[in-house]
Design a protein around this ligand. Structure first.
Ligand code: MN
Ligand code: MG
Length: 651
């Protein structure tokens, strides 16, 4: 390369390094003619056609196939030998998907709106993800029938042993090489999905289909595709990365596909992350600059249409075969995140696709604004950090309801189910408008995000009594220590995020604010001799250290979010693929009318006067003082908040 290196961009330089590494034995001079093949991919679109958040009923620049369509056109213009794939989790995940599913499988001749959009964009092949099974096999079949491109899936079999869908498809396409000569190129596309569909969609799948190991099927079919003349083997693998040794039937097996499985390029997903990305810099044998893992180009293109996967493969002719001499992958974003998290769109919506999806978008807007049930009382989080709260209680109620349903009849069915939830919107640094505030009356889908801000999924962990106690100790680190001898006003709530202040429903306990916090804001033990949690009881009796409990929570907390003691993903007994906003909407639909009430299961150990404990909340909280006998309004506070007093003398 010599002097020429100087004129290469950084990305190109990285690319050429990958060439040398990937094919050390190939003498490039044998063939000056290169054939560049570009693979484009989406994954985990979850029905996000428009750049719109239906839970907040607001435009959203981080999502939308209409934005991806612009990136696809640009990527094809740069490199015309291109194919476009989708990697699944397509038909479910937002109210547009739910609305279509309520109507049942698409009628004969009708095309699912997401498939209609993909037909217009000229997709070349796709595989289903785990969520595409959520509405049952008939629905999936009906959706696939509308696709003007092949669907492939190699690791789900019917009861009679035949494959549910064709395991692979070999696309034959005329591509033009660097000398302008046309070649017939065969690209084999293999479909794979996480086998955990059998657990998550048991009701739809058990007795009808079985799932097989991803790697086993890749090893079986990659050579078969090669024998049928495939010049390239591409895996559409709806599964993510796990670098621990494979155990068989792994949920996340895409990393293992980059080892010797016969697959040339891997499209991954399911984990809703981005690869290549600096966040994977420490993943073994991964090159986050060139997008290669074990020298195999690999891409994970985000979620909800946040990124387009772009894989470039450089081939030279060797006899009658094509040999890979280099490859790179990148995930191109539809937006950039700047200072203070400010989002700037990187591309405009494609007008052609926006017109195609417009009618279904409008139907969805009408749907999310329609009531799904009602609440007899207002739901707000104005006092959620200073006492039992109805807004937190409703989340705990829903979590326990959903976990009890999921664990019914299984090995954990006899354990008591507790539930942990924190107020997500409870003032603090985001300001005095940052509270859940839903008036009594009808609840529409668009209100659900106000109740539950994050797209977390439902999970449950199995823990001992001692772990429940530590969990609570870490949660109450949000509170400042109160000096019982100090008559000057003392502020109660510290600067930490309220989302790490879980309350645990199903047990009763008191919090002693006169003790220093056992855990700091990063959940490190700072006062090992101190405990704030007192009188922890279940069913009226003290909680034994070795008693077993199930705790309903979310994927964030269960897998180490907030670094809570004993929560690292190893004791998860239920990892539901359902996002909490959908679970809450289901609960409201089923119960039709809810009467949210604070669960009076916790409080503070009384501190006698003259101590005066204060906290800040929204000025709007004044209207709800009748529900909180120990709270009194003081007057305006800082930064638009009002100041309140919490009387702890009879707490
Ligand atoms: Mn997904
Ligand atoms: Mg998935």
């Amino acid at each position: 390369m010599g002097e020429n290196t100087l004129v290469l961009t950084r990305r190109e330089a990285v690319f050429f390094v990958a060439v040398a590494v990937a094919a050390p034995g190939i003498a490039l001079a044998d063939s000056d003619t290169h054939l560049k093949v570009r693979l484009l991919a989406t994954s985990d679109l979850h029905c996000y056609l428009e750049a719109y958040d239906y839970y907040h009923d607001a435009p959203e620049d981080t999502v939308g196939l209409v934005r991806i369509a612009t990136l696809v056109k640009a990527a094809k213009a740069e490199s015309p030998n291109a194919l476009l794939f989708d990697n699944g989790d397509l038909l479910q995940g937002n109210p547009l998907g739910d609305l279509i599913a309520i109507g049942g499988p698409p009628a004969k001749g009708a095309v699912h709106p997401v498939i209609k959009a993909m037909n217009a964009m000229g997709y070349d092949a796709a595989t289903p993800g785990n969520h595409d099974f959520n509405y049952g096999l008939e629905f999936l079949d009906g959706a696939i029938k509308g696709a003007r491109f092949p669907y492939v899936l190699a690791n789900v079999d019917r009861k009679n042993g035949t494959s549910l869908l064709p395991p692979y498809h070999i696309i034959e396409r005329r591509f033009t090489d660097s000398a302008g000569k046309s070649h017939l190129v065969k690209i084999g596309v293999l479909g794979l999905v996480t086998p955990q569909i059998m657990m998550w969609d048991k009701a739809h799948l058990e007795g009808r289909v079985t799932a097989a190991d991803i790697i086993e099927r890749a090893r079986r079919y990659a050579p078969e595709m090669r024998a049928k003349g495939a010049d390239l083997v591409v895996a559409l693998c709806h599964s993510g990365f796990n670098t621990r040794p494979a155990e068989g039937m792994d949920e996340n097996a895409a990393y293992y596909l980059t080892e010797e499985t016969g697959v040339d390029a891997i499209i991954t997903g399911h984990q809703h992350r981005i690869f290549p990305d600096p966040s994977y810099a420490n993943m073994a044998d991964a090159d986050v600059n060139s997008g290669n893992i074990h020298q195999h180009p690999t891409v994970m293109p985000g979620f909800y249409g946040s990124h387009l996967g772009v894989v470039d493969i450089d081939l030279v002719q060797a006899g009658k075969d094509w040999r890979i001499v280099g490859a790179k992958a990148e995930a191109r974003p539809i937006y950039h995140r700047g200072d203070h998290g400010k989002i700037t769109p990187a591309v405009a919506s494609d007008a052609e696709l926006a017109a195609i999806v417009a009618a279904d978008h409008q139907r969805t807007l009408a749907y999310i604004r329609q009531p799904i049930g009602r609440t007899t009382r207002p739901i707000n989080t104005f006092f959620a950090t200073v006492g039992p709260d109805a807004g937190v209680a409703i989340v705990n109620t829903v979590q326990r309801w959903a976990v009890a349903k999921a664990l019914k009849g299984g090995e954990y069915a006899n354990l008591p189910i507790l539930s942990a939830a924190a107020p997500f919107r409870a003032g603090g640094s985001p300001g005095p408008d940052y509270y859940t505030d839903i008036p009594a009356g009808e609840i529409a889908i668009k209100n659900v995000a106000d109740l539950y801000l994050y797209p977390n999924t439902l999970q449950a962990v199995r823990v001992r009594g001692a772990q429940v106690r530590e969990w609570l100790e870490a949660s109450v680190g949000l509170f400042r220590q109160i000096d019982p001898a100090n008559p000057a006003p003392q502020m109660l709530v510290g600067n930490g995020p309220s989302f790490n202040c879980d309350t645990i429903s199903g047990v009763t306990y008191k919090i002693d604010l006169t003790k220093p916090a056992r855990y700091d804001r990063n959940s490190h033990v700072t006062a090992p001799d101190n405990r704030r949690i007192a009188d922890l009881a279940f069913d009226g009796k003290p909680v034994e250290d070795d008693a077993l409990f199930i705790v309903a929570t979310n994927n964030y907390r269960a897998n180490g979010g907030g670094s809570f003691p004993g929560l690292d993903g190893s004791n998860v007994v239920l990892a539901s693929p359902d996002i909490m906003q959908n679970v809450i909407a289901d609960y409201i639909r089923e119960t039709k009318e809810i009467t949210p009430a604070a669960e009076p299961n916790w409080g503070f150990v009384p501190i006698a006067d003259p101590v005066e404990v204060r906290f800040q909340s929204s000025p709007k909280a004044k209207a709800y003082l009748d529900q909180h006998k120990s709270v009194r309004w003081i007057g305006p506070g800082e930064n638009g908040f009002d100041l309140y007093r919490l009387d702890l003398s009879a707490a």
